[in-house]
Design a protein around this ligand. Sequence first.
Ligand code: PMP
Length: 304
Amino acid sequence: MDEADKVWMNGTFVDWSDAKVHVLTHALHYGTAVFEGIRCYETKHGAVVFRLQDHVRRLLNSAKIYMMPLPYTADTIVQAVKDLVRVNRMNECYIRPIAYYDYGVMGLNPLSNRVSLAIASWKWGAYLGEDASKRGVRCTVSSWRRIDPQTLPPQAKSSANYANGVLAKIEAVKSGYDEAIMLNSIGLVCEGTGENIFRVKNHCLTTPPASAGILRGITRDTITQLAADLNIDHRYLDISREELYTADELFLCGTAAELTPINEVDGRKIGDGDWPVTRRLQSAYSDAVHGVELKHSQWLEHLR
Ligand code: PMP
């Protein structure tokens, strides 16, 4: 990975190589961590962190679901993220805050352990490959079902949830695909392993509702607002497996993946490679994050 100078750990900046935890850290054994993935973009007015307040709000909600007492306020975390990007002298980067039950007592009850917060930033290019945003990615429907809300809360962005996604990702990659699409426990489309999914059919944009068991993506929310700006008809609607195969366009979206077209699902070609709705949204998203279009300037958090 592309190492940066400093990592913010519990209120202080430490050297990248010193940002360490004990091997008996609770979260390492039991998945008791919640985290965020955020991007900082270069604009002509300097670096901005995209929708930082929304990411911090989701981090606090994830912690609340797990009854994890975060020892920092939202304002402190927002400021720490900005300070870190400045200290690391980065114009564009990925930012990963992670709150975790730290070293102390073993066993499943985490409540007497200290809660720590670390924030790292590094340069991270296109998550699904350099030319993925142009050429699209090949996907397969996973044999692993997405975690059910009765088993683990999908709206908490917790490390534990990602074990499910990791299994699906490994299966997809080992079978020669770029990414897995996961169905929920009743067989409806849920999301990618680290992205939400959108479908275009007859010029109408749909994405599974929160009740499908998705993580409520901040990019997904951005896209629905941009679709409204562009007068693209859009709905929250369940998608079935066969509706993936018959889509005019499909794309994945997330902070890391941004907007990535899907060019194939299980051997079925999606669209003709033009993907006009996806292209319009990709360009609107790029303009929004880079501060070219300032209609939603409240999404752009300047470093000072
Ligand atoms: N679903 C899952 C499972 C994810 O890991 C992510 C990435 N955080 C998303 C959806 C997209 O969320 P966001 O747009 O907030 O990055």
